[in-house]
Design a protein around this ligand. Structure first.
Ligand code: AMP
Ligand code: TRP
Length: 330
């Protein structure tokens, strides 16, 4: 059995969507069950790159922790923690920013997208965001990073930084690899299927929130944009239908061929209903568990505190090594 170290993060901004669930959370759970050592982090420092309501941010971080637990993250098997409670992330980020080129950061597509979206607040944090993400990953000796495909470029930058640092100072960081689901690495918007599903979308019909009630999920799937052909097939020319098919496959475990064969001769209404039902079946128990966990704040606080302690212990080992190798300490 290979004992790979897994690290991933999620921002505590907005309510997590089906995209977050399929691209990330679901795999977090699967990797944990394969007995790998996992660190799962609520990246509130990353969330600060866009304006947050101070009264809401901590509350959302705790709620995100509750959601991860509800999705099956087991605090005995995985370390679940809040990024700002482990100050080594910010410290390593400074050091690594001195080993990252502006040319590399200029190429990051998320920076380009986010600065177009928040043109009134293109702050330096938005620009150096991938360096902080590299620090998150590299502090823990991470081998695998389960993310949606939108984060692949960031993980590749973390690899480049690790390799560069190791060359200069000797073996220090494990070189991480992205771990992206084959189907569902990019769940698309239900309203504009050429855009990724995002929790910051202004139109709530474009995304399914993990916490949406069953009747809301059914309604949103019914309204999903398709095309006028009424033929259920997977093809780049049919982004809406292909997205629904991918969601259906993810939640039923069927292959694309099986799914397409099963829908032969049927209409889009049928596919929408089947996809909605499969999603509801998986999300319903998570929703009840989430509510139960949020009702026990003492339990949640305890997990968050223990998580930070465990993460800090490991992070400090790496940071000390980096400080020694670079001459920042004796
Ligand atoms: P974020 O909400 O940006 O913190 O993203 C948390 C995780 O969800 C990351 O691994 C993203 O790659 C993943 N993710 C976000 N949106 C999608 C999407 N539409 N499809 C697949 N994965 C996604
Ligand atoms: N940038 C990621 C996102 O928006 C979140 C994130 C921060 C992350 N640090 C990470 C993901 C480290 C994986 C590993 O989705």
């Amino acid at each position: 059995m290979d004992k790979k170290i897994v690290f991933s993060g999620i921002q505590p901004s907005g309510s997590p969507t089906l995209g977050n669930y399929v691209g990330a959370l679901r795999n977090w759970n699967l990797l944990q069950d394969e007995k790998r050592y996992c660190y799962y982090c609520i990246v509130n420092l990353h969330a600060m790159t866009v304006r947050q309501d101070p009264g809401e941010l901590y509350k959302r971080s705790v709620e995100t922790a509750a959601l991860l637990l509800a999705c099956g993250i087991d605090p005995e098997l995985s370390t679940l923690f809040i990024q700002s409670q482990v100050k080594e992330h910010a410290e390593l980020s400074w050091v690594l920013s001195c080993f990252t080129y502006m040319g590399e950061l200029n190429r990051m597509t998320q920076f380009k997208d986010k600065s177009a979206k928040h043109s009134d607040n293109i702050n330096a944090g938005l620009y150096t965001y991938p360096v902080l993400m590299a620090s998150d990953i590299l502090l823990y000796g991470t081998n695998l990073v389960p993310v949606g495909s939108d984060q692949k470029q960031h993980v590749e930058l973390a690899r480049d930084i690790a390799i560069r640092f190791n060359k200069l100072y000797g073996e220090t960081f494990a070189v991480p690899e992205p771990y992206i689901p084959k189907v569902g690495g990019r769940v698309m918007s239900l309203q504009e299927p050429d855009k990724k599903m995002s929790k910051s979308d202004n139109n709530p019909n474009s995304y399914i929130a993990v916490m949406d009630e069953p009747d809301v999920i059914i309604k949103k799937f019914k309204r999903a944009v398709t095309d006028s052909e009424n033929v259920i097939a997977y093809s780049p020319e049919k982004p809406g239908v292909s997205n629904l098919l991918s969601i259906y496959c993810t939640f039923t475990g069927k292959t694309m061929e099986e799914a397409v064969a099963g829908f032969e001769g049927k209409g889009y209404g049928h596919l929408k209903k089947a996809a909605a039902e499969a999603v509801i079946a998986e999300l319903s128990p998570i929703q009840s568990e989430y509510k139960r966990i949020l009702g026990d704040m003492a339990y949640l606080d305890d997990i968050i505190e223990k998580g930070a302690r465990k993460a800090r212990e490991r992070a400090l080992v790496t940071l000390n090594d980096v400080y020694k190798k670079t001459g920042l300490r004796s």
